[in-house]
Design a protein around this ligand. Structure first.
Ligand code: ATP
Length: 251
């Protein structure tokens, strides 16, 4: 098996007596789409926060490309190619889709926000921004103000903004949340296109999407990894099925 791009070793996060992630160890290989599923409150979002650097872990370590990044702040993790897709709340509604992505390209390039208002007029920002929009299937909507995009298109824009940091690994926290059927098919198609070209850790409640996209699935229950396996074997795993009773259907 290839060297893991991301390796979590015994990560833990507790709020007082509530242990939210408990001794989580998992490895993500280059090019893999690794889904993390689990019932509500299992600790999935907390785990993403720990990986991205938004939340410090109490104990355990995170290796990225073999380097221990456990104590690095988020911007330094992003610089190394570990990015999470930005949430819709960070999209600037009055700016076009292209400008939103161009600003992310500008942030990556490390230049200041001095040219904020003119950011999208810069060819060296525009071209890579347009490329990111094309990758998520939003090129035709480049000049539409982000606030006028549909919910699904905003989720695609989020992905494009994430891509603008040129990540090696993209952390996605529920990219299908709130999307309708058609929109969700579009986002799934986008993820399928990105898959393999970059490594993805995906948290998602939509089991149909997870089982269609993932190379491997880790199941988190009460903060612990119950199983990591191929989608087919996860679906048949009796412990996993038991954990999901009364929760989302495993398709
Ligand atoms: N800042 C916090 N302070 C206290 N408890 C928290 C905090 N953040 C999360 N929790 C608790 O940790 C648990 C796990 O939350 P988390 O959001 O990581 O779960 P999740 O698996 O992503 O859930 P969902 O699928 O519903 O989004 C929940 O019980 C939540 O209430």
């Amino acid at each position: 098996m290839a060297e893991p791009l991301l390796e979590l070793r015994n990560l833990r996060k507790a709020y007082g007596a509530l242990v939210v992630t408990d001794n989580v160890s998992l490895s993500v290989t280059p090019g893999e789409l690794h889904a993390v599923i689990g019932p509500n409150g299992a600790g999935k979002t907390t785990l993403i926060h720990q990986i991205s650097g938004m939340l410090p872990s109490d104990t355990g370590s995170i290796l990225f490309g073999g380097e221990d990044i456990t104590s690095l702040p988020m911007p330094q993790r992003v610089r190394r190619g570990l990015a999470r897709s930005f949430q819709i709340t960070s999209i600037l509604p009055g700016f076009s889709a292209l400008e939103n992505v161009a600003l992310a390209v500008q942030a990556r390039s490390g230049s200041s926000f001095r040219l904020f208002g003119k950011a999208a007029q810069e060819k060296n920002l525009n071209d890579p921004a347009m490329e990111c929009l094309s990758q998520v299937g939003l090129a035709a909507r480049a000049h539409v103000p982000a606030g006028l995009l549909s919910h699904g298109e905003k989720r695609q824009l989020e992905l494009a903004i994430g891509l603008a940091t040129e990540p090696k690994l993209l952390l996605l926290d529920e990219p299908l949340a709130g999307t309708g059927h058609e929109e969700s098919l579009r986002v799934v198609e986008t993820l399928r296109r990105l898959k393999g070209r970059l490594t993805i850790v995906l948290i998602e409640h939509d089991m149909e999407a997870v089982f269609a996209l993932a190379d491997r699935v880790s199941v988190l229950v009460y903060g612990r990894v119950l199983a990591t396996d191929t989608p087919g074997r996860i679906r048949e795993n009796p412990d996993v099925r038991a954990a999901y009773l009364g929760e989302e259907e495993l398709v």
